[in-house]
Design a protein around this ligand. Sequence first.
Ligand SMILES: Nc1ncnc2c1ncn2[C@@H]1O[C@H](COP(=O)(O)OP(=O)(O)OP(=O)(O)O)[C@@H](O)[C@H]1O
Length: 622
Amino acid sequence: MPRSPLAFLGGLLALFLLVPIAAFVVRFAVSGDRGFQTPGLAAAFWTSIVTASISTAIIVVLGVPLAYALARSTGGLGRALGILVQLPLALPPVMSGIVLIYVVGPYTWLGELFDGRLTGSLAGIVIAQTFVASPFLVIAARSAFAALDPALDDLAATLGHRPLARFVRVALPAAASGIGAGVLLTWLRALGEYGATVLLAYHPYSLPVFTSVQFQSAGIPGTQAPTALALGIAILAVLLGAARRPSCRRRSAGSRSTSAARAILPAPPRPDTPTPVAFALDARVGAFTLDLSHGAGAHRIAILGPSGSGKSVTLRALAGLLDGARGSVRLGGDDVTAVSAEDRHVGYVAQGGALLPGRTVLQQVRFGVGTDPAVASWWLRTLRLDGLEDRLPSELSGGQRQRVALASALSRQPRVILLDEPFSALDAPVREELRRELRRLQVETGLSTVLVTHDPEEAAMLADEILVIDGGRLLQAGPRRDVFSRPASPAVARLLGIPNLLRGVAVSGEAIETAGARVPAPGHGIAEGEAVLWSVRPERLRVRLRGAGPADGTPAGLPATVVDVAELGTSTSLTVRIGVDAELRAHTTDTVELAVGDAADVSWDPAALSVWTDPSAEHAAP
Ligand SMILES: Nc1ncnc2c1ncn2[C@@H]1O[C@H](COP(=O)(O)OP(=O)(O)OP(=O)(O)O)[C@@H](O)[C@H]1O
């Protein structure tokens, strides 16, 4: 009894498909004369084998590039063509034969050009098979290409590979198993083609036409041998397709020679000249508009912004991967606006660190055009990947994958490396370890980097200059210290993860009232009655037991009550309440003697205070 109706329904169809074949096999086994000596059978068999192989070869040579183009096209024309090329699948094969006669029949222009040899010939069979079987390959190959990660193509482009090389060396190997299944299906369909063939080329007999002729002249017994042959081939082909493919690990001479690679003398990378990046970008991606410019300052910059703010689009534009982007990009002193992604010599590590499937670590790091194997080995060792040279991407941990992606980009000695949230998918300890590793490389090799991140801490750690963006526009840019200590707006303060962002009203030009507490704010040019937002970074706050006088020169503070003390291992996070219900968070590495409920004073250096006009109050104004 099947466990579910689904199993029952599926089982019913399987039975329907298998029973007739089983019935034939039983009859064939007990049959006295199986008809293998029938004149013409061998010729028909070979005719089918040869023509199906020729038509499949034609379909592969023409159909794989077509499928690739269809998978990559986004326009209406591509979509329309994608539907049209499936028509022969929907057309009854006999009708396919009829439409083909309009083009290659003996009285057509083409037919006359070839002296009528396009019908009633092997060529006719090939034409019929090609027409009917092509969609099988195009559909299978298009699905295989469409399933590829587009980041692989970007990666190969930034490693210097031109479109044809990317097709041959990246897309084809990655889509090979899907295409292989399509080729098998196409060959079987061509082999079994009858309807179009019988109209276009009745002679010489293909195996299906021969079977039909036998059926009409000798009845069922005369069809046993050709049917058995076709069934045998089909079973063989299906078994071949289902057989586990040998591992696609491609152990080229390069990947086998791990020890040889190790034997190469260490070669330090070319000394880097710091390459600050300057750009003015104007691009549209779908409905999103990017309008961003930045002048070259430091050679280690971070682009910080919330999800969907345009960080990745910016990075793709800098790499030369964004079609239709206007504006300019300068690397160091060079204008590279008109330089293609292949020639920009910019390393690019896409979000998630795309790696080429089926290639070992050593092959990945040597994949860049013109990569010096000695430099690749140097980066392998520097990024602690030695010993993993023979591993495939699927055999690496997340942190190792990121290191390989980094080593691949660095091995081509790029002028600058673009990193798209390189550590976001990793767990905290690995993320921390890789951040420190990248920082070490920045310091030791003078690496120029543009880092995309939504983590303010990561931006602070790995960049000297920070760009804060949202909605494709620049909110603030400047040296790290300036941006963090003086956020240009509440929105920037929020994106920088500053927790102490409070509303208040200026009660004079020198003080703000928040929840009943009077907060000193000298020198901010606020006008009495103005609604404001203000903020102080947690590490700038001092919290002391009420009455314990200031020992470090900071002014005496506001009265506060301790509401939370959280030990964080090496530091302490304190939450205090000021006024009726406003809370401030303080962060300190000092020993904390305070407890929840203690009366305290909270103070800060007045220069640490940021004050802005409250934009929500402005909108609310009549
Ligand atoms: N190929 C595309 N077609 C249409 N819209 C796109 C395309 N790529 C990105 N976008 C849109 O552009 C905007 C910016 O995307 P982008 O990937 O740069 O964001 P992000 O800041 O990197 O976000 P995240 O941190 O989530 O990766 C988003 O609104 C996104 O939907």
